[in-house]
Design a protein. Sequence first.
Lengths: 400, 371
Amino acid sequence: MQTMLQQRSGFRAAQPGRQVMKVRAVAAPLKTATSAPSKAPLVSPEVAKDLYYDMVLGREFEEMCAQMYYRGKMFGFVHLYSGQEAVSTGVIRLLRQDDHVVSTYRDHVHALSKGVSAREVMAELFGKKTGCCRGQGGSMHMFSAKHNVLGGYAFIGEGIPVGLGAAFQSKYRRDVLGEETSDSVTCSFFGDGTCNVGQFYESLNMAALYKLPHIFVVENNLWAIGMSHLRATSRTSGDDHPFIYKKGPAFGMPGVLVDGMDVLKVRQVAQEAVERARRGEGPTLIEAETYRFRGHSLADPDELRSKEEKARYQARDPIPQLKKYMLEHGLATEAEIKALEDKVAEVVEDSVKFADESPKPERGQLLENVFADPRGFGISEDGRYRYQQPGFSSGTAVVS
Amino acid sequence: MLASRNVRLAAGPRVAAAPGQRALLDARLGRRAMVAAKAQKKEIMMWEALREAIDEEMERDPTVCVMGEDVGHYGGSYKCTFGLYKKYGDMRVLDTPICENGFMGMGVGAAMTGLRPIVEGMNMGFLLLAFNQISNNCGMLHYTSGGQFKVPMVIRGPGGVGRQLGAEHSQRLESYFQSIPGVQLVACSTVRNSKALLKAAIRSDNPIIFFEHVLLYNVKGEVGDKDEVACLERAEVVREGTDVSIFTYSRMRYVVMQAVNDLVKKGYNPEVIDLISLKPFDMETISKSVRKTRKAIIVEECMKTGGIGASLSAVINESLFNELDHEVIRLSSQDVPTAYAYELEAATIVQSSQVVDAVERVCGARVPATV
């Protein structure tokens, strides 16, 4: 395959021991400065507005989820993304429709950023048939084939290999099926806790080995439920901090650390990684230093994180930061920003109304979608396939 | 995993581990004589039949690809993909690092996005390391995604008790996998059905876990036409009979047939059903047989507790209780790790004499047929 790649793209295939990857720290871990206001704006007004809208949508949607959870409109484990918006927005708003996104149990906002409607996500949370997974997935399993959201994966690390598979498919289309335009990329999102799981390392190795167009996005929010990153992960060699991005070069790919509370910086880093992947130069590991403003889930009493730590990150809230930047750089007026916020409020309100008024799944849905080919339910005593029997489509049949 | 390689090398041709080597040996020792002897019927070994199935399906559909440990340059631990990388390239016959959960998940992602991967477990036991991907993602995500994504992949490889491979290499994963919703379990047993079933599995839109048996790769037989594709959900009536229904699968089919030879001499006329589909069960074939013979014996290599036989027995008792003249008998492996020592290993799995005894017990003594 490497020979094929060499011929096709002219890039030298990775050779163990010969290539020295450069580790670049885009921002020091605790550096809080935003982009210097004196320079020309990093993005156009349209992009800035899009990013702002998406981040506010993510925040307001999640805050509404909390309300709805406490009002008994949704159940189970609900993990909110508030505080981390700059990562989802910074990366996903760069992607094309045919690019893939893989998420975790904290997946509502990734889905929204990729274009899944607030209505569909909220309805899924309400367990309604109009939800993006017909009410069969729930908070931790948001999928959208149309938007190439490959799903929320609730076991730590299990989504990353799936993301690799999508990236493999993209490369396969180009190299094997001869689809020259196939240059889609896949971004897999996960947290600092995942970085101690075997599948993460298995995936780093394979992504680099096969030069897959895959971007590892670590949302390092410092806490794996109640386990501090500093207590869970050993320090990288020569450092007094466990840097995750430094694991990239160990596997032969660039590792980048970025201020995950600054959407423009995230976007800048992601842009480079996406372009690199599209050019066929392989994967990148991005560590975005971020923070969740709420507990691990709505069931988490959140007793272990200090007030000081929370306040420190609250001061770096990515949304006011971007607002300030936009105003300072003339990317939007106060009125335009207000209009974006109003639009979000309207969309979120509408999503709740839609979800509330949507019908519940019918019993007949029960046995659908277990198998793509319903023959998988097998042959019953009378010689017919079970799915052809009465009671199957009404969901009342017992399938064993 | 390294252990498997050692075992394979140490065991050499004693076990079915090196069909490729045998093939080469055959070639050297006079392939021509063999060909002449078989001018009428072309018999091949099961590993060759499986290889043909993969080759033909890869030729037919460019989205079909293979992933796994040593499937490419090495040709597969049991040679089922021997030489295919030369024909299809390294990417379609992808040698993976040793990371079962990782490459299984990669297969899932590839399947979700339009490819049809065949993922090989070098030994089915190793797939315990991929249980996360097989259960959560292969099995469930068609459902959790509300039917938006399908996972058309085949997970295949050698399972069962080989010959003195030790406990870890002698596992019967079917018992572990059977309760995963959304997957089908298929066990092949003959040259012909192995090829036709594997082709069907590759073409299926469902995730199929396809069980081969370490000791059957060198079994010889004929394959059907190139277009022969089996039904994945159908059991196979191996032998029609009237006295008792013996349900079995995979290598135990041969153990049962050995017993049947003795039983026929003793005047019994057992019916033998090869289940093929371990999940779901072919209830038509099973119930027809039970209604006819009114007695059921299940012979399996699986563990007795929580095994395939346990499930089948429950289903027969639930749905055919009134058709039975005798309680369902299960002949399963002992619930112990499989020992290395030959005698202990043999005592762990079912032997044909036990099948004979069970039939005699269920059917009562017979006057031997005219000798």
